[in-house]
Design a protein around this ligand. Sequence first.
Ligand code: MN
Length: 323
Amino acid sequence: MAVNSIANVLSEKRSFLLVTHKDPDTDAIASLLALGKALVDAKKDVVLLTEKPLPDVFRFLRGADRIVQGFDSGKDFDAVVVLDCSEIERIGCFPGCLEGRRPLINIDHHETNPFFGDLNLVDPHGSSTGELVFNIIKAADFRLSYEIAENIFAAIQADTGSFRYDNTSSTCLAVAAEMLEYGVKPWEISRKMMDEYSLSRLRLLEMALGSVEFHHQGKVGMMTISLEMFKKAGAGESDSERFVDYPRSVSGVEIAALIRERDKDDYKFSLRSNGRANVAELASRFGGGGHAMAAGFEGHGSISALKRDLMKEAVRFLDGTSN
Ligand SMILES: [Mn+2]
């Protein structure tokens, strides 16, 4: 089994490079930190790498200061672990950071993951990559600590939308419950993760709410955040995490989209489904991917044309003529 063969490699080898995807979310960073800490505690040599310095919103995660953006180019690793990455192109590290480095261990829960690793633990039934990391830590018999437990809990809580989305399984609840035995306090993580925001985020939300629009008899809700709004609010992209929940939570909405401008004519689309439409499939029509209920893609061109294209496909999905 993939869990055991990966656990064996992690137990037997000595030095590891751990990476995750670009524009990381909480699951990505918390998984990186949980596995990283387990390996460090097992006396392994570990580099935790991200492309860019961590946005402030992730600073509350224990061990976050261990993440770096570079390493000595002559450094050798016994294996590379890629976490929460739906495709190899999504890996967020400097160009060539993985060149010639083998074996590649791919740990992920996106159903569109094409098994790009030499060893692959890809489980779309996993609530989060954090849950899969927990399974590996157990299989490798690494020691669990408070710091690891808190990161695993945070990963599961974030990816299940605080245990509300359809990926909330008895398995992930059992893992989350076990983390409490290591001292994790759910209220404390919730407070840091969900209930404590910068003023910039509030300012951004104020403008973003003004952009919300509905189409197709209210079945599609969209929120659009321009570069100008980010600038005016003094906010970054990570300040808009979960903004998609505003259009998603309106009664009657089947598909919600959060559209964020990242550069001129360069947009990131985050899609959410309320159950009827598989947004991973919808996103794949535009070269993206993700989960049935949460997915995304990148769009280039004028915003009105991009929205029009999205609506065309969305309507085909909702009216059941997508095949
Ligand atoms: Mn994830």
